[in-house]
Ligand binder design. Sequence first.
Ligand SMILES: *Cc1c(COP(=O)(O)O)cnc(C)c1O
Length: 421
Amino acid sequence: MTLQDRDKLHLWHPLTQHKLHPDTIAIKKAKGCILYDENNNEYIDAIASWYTCMYGHCNPYITNKVSEQMQQLDQVIFSGFTHEPAVNLSEALVNILPDNQEKIFFSDNGSTSVEIGIKMALQYHFNQGKKKDTLLAFEDGFHGDTFGAMSVSGLSVYNGPFEDFFLNVKRIPTPTADTIENILKTLEELNNTCNIAGFVYEPLVQGAAAMKMHSPEGLNAILKFCKANHIITVADEVMTGFGKTGKHFASLHLETYPDIMCLSKALTGGLLPMALTTCSKRIYDAFYSNDISKGLFHGHTYSANPLACTAALASIELLQTEAIQNNISRITASHKTFKNRIKNHPKVKTTRQTGIIFALDLNTKMERYGNLRDKLFNFFMSKGIFLRPLGNTIYIQAPYVISQNQLEKIYKAIEEALEII
Ligand SMILES: *Cc1c(COP(=O)(O)O)cnc(C)c1O
């Protein structure tokens, strides 16, 4: 029996309607930018396995560090204990994070990092005797699949069964130069009528909204409003963090830094699952007290797993190398050239780019997981390219180590795809 067949007996995959999509692709190994399936077909991983493996699969610098670490200390409780990988990681992070970020709290995935950000924002006010019961978020944001994270995500048909159980959330559109004045007016009204505890947002690029992008100016104005009105700002950089936007973090493109940041995905270079919620001293100080109940009583069993911390530290070291920074510049310039090459194609409606994130919308009707999406996906796979179109959007978020030759193969497959739709 093939892996594909054995999989069908017991496995239930994420975000999958198994009746419509019974077949999975069994991957045997991965190296650099290439995935190898059980029939030895090769695919260029043009979305870095959901934006995680930015330094290439099985990067030897990261795997060597982790295999050394696993001879030394594998796992230990992080309540009342600490260890060198966590301390080293905290120092490296504080060096590259926006300079108001001082404290780092560990969890296991992007959704929980947002969950913790929300709890920090709510309890920040609670600890000062204020009950604020409403959160603010963008209409088309995505923040994960746990309840708090689902609540602040823009409403999706997939959330239907759970909506009655959500937190109170008010939504605003992502800003453009034309709409920002109105959004600020709406904010003013909302702030007068609700007790807004915090604003949760994806800065500059909204991944699950098919790489929707907004400029820093409008977001700056919203963040300034929040600061002036004691609304805690929670930047969900789970996707944008660690170099994707051309700076180490999207928040570094903005004038107002967030109070709280959520990080995961590329944090460990894809080797191990881990997430972080970081915050400023002001947030931390609201929990620092002789009163035990003012502490943040949240904790996951695998908090600050030493192996994941080691992978994260090695990844940050790689991010800061000249080689990776040069690659980021090369990929950014290369996408720009490609964008100019295809932006006037009759099948292309719009193109957009922030750093190494490139997206184009096709001139077709939007069907998020419809037939066109499957047709495109299968076409790309037949060309040896793993791309995962969202509705009528095709986007690239390739590992930083992708070669120019591999990038050209991706571009060529996209150009060929425009001819079959
Ligand atoms: C992926 C993602 C999440 C959720 O992370 P998981 O690790 O899948 O739980 C949250 N926010 C953003 C912006 C993401 O891209």
